[in-house]
Each structure stands twice: as C-alpha cells, then as structure tokens.
Design a protein around this ligand. Structure first.
Ligand SMILES: Cc1cc2nc3c(=O)[nH]c(=O)nc-3n(C[C@H](O)[C@H](O)[C@H](O)COP(=O)(O)O)c2cc1C
Length: 174
C-alpha cells in the first residue's frame, strides 16, 4: 500500500497518529491543598529509570489533578486492569467527585489508589518540565507493588486488551 504523503501536523493529525500508539491506562492521584483527593485517567505514564526508579506522567496544566501534584509534591499511580474501563472513563470525565463509589485505599503516604489495579506506585515529585500545554512530572518511586492480571489498553480512542502473539519472550526484560 502506498504511504500517505508527509504533512505538517495539526491537532487532529497529532491525535490520530498518536492514537495508533497502543498504550496502557492508569489513574494518577494526589491530595490537593485542602485535603481533597484528586485524580485523572492518563496514558502518558512512562518508565524513565530503574536505578533510581523514576517514572513520568504528563498532565494538562491547570487541571485539578496537576494543581494537586504541584501542591503536594507527591502522587500515586494505579495501572488499571482490563476490567476497570468504567474507572478509566469516570476519571476522564470532567467535573464531579471522582472517588465517590470507587473502591480505593490509601498508600502509606496517604494518597488514594484504585483498588484492584495491577500496579500501585507512590512517588515523590523529583523534577517538572513545562512543554506546550502540559507539565511533565518526574516521580521518584518510594513504594511499589503489583499483582498478576491483564492490563487495560487504549488505542484509537477505544479501550481494549493486549493479545499475546505467541512468539518468544524478549530476553532482556529490562
Ligand atoms: C485513555 C486516556 C488517557 C488520557 N491521558 C491523559 C494524559 O496523559 N494527560 C492528561 O493531561 N490528560 C489525559 N487524558 C484526559 C484526562 O483524563 C481528562 O481530560 C480529565 O478530565 C482531566 O481532569 P480534570 O477534570 O481535572 O481536568 C486522558 C484521557 C483518556 C481517556
């Protein structure tokens, strides 16, 4: 098939192209200056370093959640399992009390995390960088735990599930 011609990106093209990059789905949470829990669905979660353990999340500046990360200097990440699409949708919908009716528990540092998520990480904001309309938070991981299960995936604006192609496992598993 003939490739499409290169074109200067606009918002729609950027969304469409990056939507072809399949990701997992997580909820980033923090406690704001008035002690209220805040959180939003993200797919910008990236592992940056394993020694020390550092991850990044990229949040729209001015959202309740990014304001809470700024105030607290800490955040938690819950990587969602395939049965948690409803949680992903709820934490991506603007407004409302997102934690009402959502099973959650607290990390040792008091940040709410989504119950039954595959991974919980409790992080300290180590650095930030502003780029475009987003602020990148580099979080050094203080505590981490996981459980077995299939992750919720996101592709082209839809939620789905990873399918194993059955080939050999990558040997270096960094
Ligand atoms: C699968 C998925 C991934 C998302 N990833 C991000 C992200 O990485 N960063 C971000 O700022 N918003 C992301 N969003 C959008 C936010 O979840 C959404 O705008 C949310 O309502 C913002 O919270 P607010 O109500 O505090 O503004 C994502 C939404 C979905 C459905």
């Amino acid at each position: 098939m003939k490739a499409a011609p290169f074109a200067s990106p606009d918002t729609a093209a950027m969304r469409r192209c990056m939507g072809r990059f399949t990701t997992g789905v997580a909820v980033v949470t923090a406690v704001d200056a008035s002690g209220e829990p805040q959180g939003m669905t993200i797919n910008s979660l990236t592992s940056i370093s394993v020694d020390p353990c550092v991850l990044l999340v990229s949040l729209t500046v001015g959202t309740r959640t990014s304001n809470a990360l700024d105030a607290a200097g800490r955040f938690a990440v819950s990587i969602l399992g395939v049965r948690q699409e409803a949680v992903a949708r709820r934490f991506a919908t603007r407004g409302g009390a997102r934690f009402d009716g959502v099973d959650h528990e607290l990390t040792d540092s008091g940040i709410p995390v989504i119950q039954d998520a595959l991974v919980h990480a409790d992080c300290r904001v180590e650095q930030t960088a502003d780029i475009g309309d987003h602020r990148i938070y580099f979080g050094e991981v203080d505590c981490l735990r996981d459980r077995a299960g299939t992750g919720l995936a996101f592709h082209g604006g839809r939620f789905g599930e990873f399918r194993d192609l059955g080939s050999a496992e990558i040997p270096w598993w960094y």
